[in-house]
Design a protein around this ligand. Structure first.
Ligand code: DHB
Length: 302
């Protein structure tokens, strides 16, 4: 009997497909809808200390092999977010609260609030590819990452998963710093810093000029990061970047991921993508004689 349940630190997932942050994980209604469509877990939109409107349009554009976006971290702020969480009654999959802050105090405060709201885990958005003061300044320094994770870890007892970036520096070095700080696992990778220029207007398409590139085009980079992190770290790695099909998910798991997050593909394929990927993984496992995710996780590392 094939079992696609998976364990990430203390979290038991029914299956290895997780809704990525920033995609539908904003309101209680959308969180419930994703849960009812077969996702194994959900990551909320990134929440900060205060409400933020985000940037004016255009904030997102479809480009070759993916999506380029620069929303500007729009969110209702941590106090207002409690109302959304209070309205999610009894969904039976883990919900991870994504947070962003400017320093370790803000991250620790936000994490504590998320724990008080009843969320099951924390994802640290340490690596927004463009927001000044919130993104790469934090996520590209091993010392800062270690400190942020350590402060958050001290404040909460739920699992903590920093989301790492391939935009700057050596992701393995950052991953090791996160592990030293007490991370329960890492998520790799955040969107890649990128730009698209309109040749008719002769200027960048996005209002913010620079944005984060996600989708199929970044998958080989993300798979390489998951592979290298899995080889060097003792904590679980969650893969994210361009997962659209069951083949993509299997590839990530072979590279060492214990689960995958799905973002852009929810736009292209709709909410059925979770169940379709799970069915495909199960079929492939049967054909290959694997009974559990652990049976083939990281096989490509050997
Ligand atoms: C935004 C944040 C991210 O972490 C990311 O990867 C892309 C965009 C944003 O809110 O603009």
């Amino acid at each position: 009997m094939v079992n696609i349940g998976t364990r990430i630190s203390e979290l038991e997932l029914r299956n290895p497909t997780i809704l990525a942050s920033g995609i539908l994980g904003e309101t209680s209604g959308s969180i419930r809808r994703v849960a009812s469509h077969g996702a194994g877990a959900i990551v909320t939109k990134s929440i900060g200390m205060e409400p933020r409107e985000g940037y004016p349009n255009p904030t997102a554009v479809e480009i070759d092999c993916g999506i380029l976006n620069s929303m500007g971290l729009p969110n209702p702020g941590i106090e207002e977010f409690k109302k959304e969480i209070d309205e999610i009654d009894e969904i039976d999959i883990p919900v991870m609260g994504s947070i962003f802050g400017k320093d370790e105090e803000e991250f620790a405060f936000l994490a504590k609030r998320m724990e008080e709201y009843g969320l099951d885990a924390i994802e640290l958005n340490l690596s927004c590819p463009h927001a000044r003061g919130y993104g790469l300044e934090i996520g590209s320094s091993p010392d800062v990452v270690r400190e942020v994770v350590r402060e958050v870890r001290k404040k909460v007892s739920i699992p903590v998963f920093p989301k790492l970036s391939a935009n700057a520096g050596d992701i393995v070095e950052i991953g090791k710093a996160a592990e030293e700080g007490g991370a329960d696992g890492v998520v790799a990778i955040n969107s890649l810093r990128a730009m698209k220029i309109d040749i008719h207007l002769k200027k960048p398409i996005l209002y913010n000029r620079v944005g984060g590139y996600s989708g199929k085009g970044i998958k080989p980079v993300a798979v390489r990061c998951v592979y290298e992190l899995s080889r060097e770290l003792d904590i679980p790695v969650i893969g994210v970047g361009g997962v659209e099909t069951w083949e993509d998910a299997v590839e990530y798991i072979l590279a060492g991921a214990c689960a995958v997050q799905i973002g852009s593909a929810v736009y292209y394929r709709g909410l059925s993508v979770f169940a379709e990927i799970c069915e495909g993984i199960k079929r492939w496992m049967k054909e290959n004689g694997f009974e559990s995710i652990e049976d083939f996780r990281g096989v490509a590392l050997k």
